[in-house]
Design a protein around this ligand. Sequence first.
Ligand SMILES: [Zn+2]
Length: 480
Amino acid sequence: MNLRLSSTAILLITLMTHPLSIFGGDIKKKEEAVASIESHKTELTNISDQIWRFAETALRETRSSKVLADYAEKQGFEVKRGVAGMPTAFIASYGQGRPIVGILGEYDALPGISQKAQSVKEALEAGSAGHGCGHNLFGTASLGAAVAVKELIAAGKLKGTVRFYGTPAEESIGGKIYMARDGMFNDLDVCLAWHPDDRIRADVDSTQAIVDFIVEFKGKAAHAAADPWNGRSAVAALEFFTTGLNRMREFVKPTVRMHYTIQKGGDVPNVVPEYARVWCWLRDSKRAGVEELLARARKIAEGAALMAGVESKLTVQGGDYELLVNLTGEKIIHSNLTWLGPIQYTAEEQEFAKTIQRATSVEPTGLNGAVQPFDPPKPDPEGGSTDVGDVSWLVPTLHLSVTTAPEKAPWHAWPVVACGGMSIGHKGMVYAAKALAATMVDLFEDAKTREAIQAEFKKKSKGEVYKPYVPDGPPPVPED
Ligand SMILES: [Zn+2]
């Protein structure tokens, strides 16, 4: 059938199927960016699979960061390795002048959750790490998007600088916080990030602010039966402390989450323990709430030490701000997701997902490849924290989620590892790269939208002086 359409009809159809036109980003350039990602798909999938197999944990991502940095260099980016005192952190830049658009990439795995790329639970290597948060996909997709934008800059079709941030250790100390402390995001006009998920959406919901600290108690050792009066128990203080913290649970807002593990609680019962240590994470929906919790925890530690007649020391090890959501920017992301449309899955992929759901006692609904509606943000976020939050208080940061795992399947667990190493994860990774690249075309081309994003950022961050939760000195890079 031969359709002859008038130019008005073509324009109308374009506006209907490509609603992005309202943001001023050129559709043709977006299509070129998408085509670029398609042309690099095999390389990107290989990189993602390599990182998936390396499964390197926080600050040990030597081979993972190298494969990404080497690829960026091969694509013509200027690469600075080992930034902010972390051998596995790097920055890859291309282009000149403004705007400077940043994009974040992660690549650390989680210990102990090794899994084969199959729908039945079975470790690839028992006791080893696995990509249970999909960060192999995260880093690769972000770099894929940066490469597509680089090609448009190289062809003279976009003007400015694209900068990829290789950010290690999201799962432990938060590498971005050290990069933020060293001012590495300060000159950006806008920054982008995404995360693997069980849905596709523009993220209008924030994350939780968190503080990570340890409390140590030092007492006096003695024979627990012969001369206990000469001893002062550090474990007694630790018990007073955790009792105090648990008692406090009743008198905090419903948005608060408190968790801890006892790292050292003496050695044998017949020695009065002279040393004890507890590791705590306190969360609330806002940084100010976390500050208040931390101040209360300090007093509880002091009180516990006083009761047990020992000494206490509280050391802040890290923490994240909540994500400062930029609704102007999220609308652009949503338009680009709508423009791209849903992810299509094969019957085999849906069956793979359902097998995992059955195995993890989740309703077998399969994979959700639909773009979620743009709902209003919730007043208080659910779930976890991320060091992307810190970046979002320094520069307007736009965030999206893309399906890489079955709906409601447990995260930080084997199902996410399994899907991240096969076609379900690959599809999500390629889709995320396209969504990020298309959004960047808008950001590069449309100065008015950038100004609107920055105006919202300035209004929302007004009065907040950025103070990262990091100890002084270099990041705690493991020596082995
Ligand atoms: Zn993650």
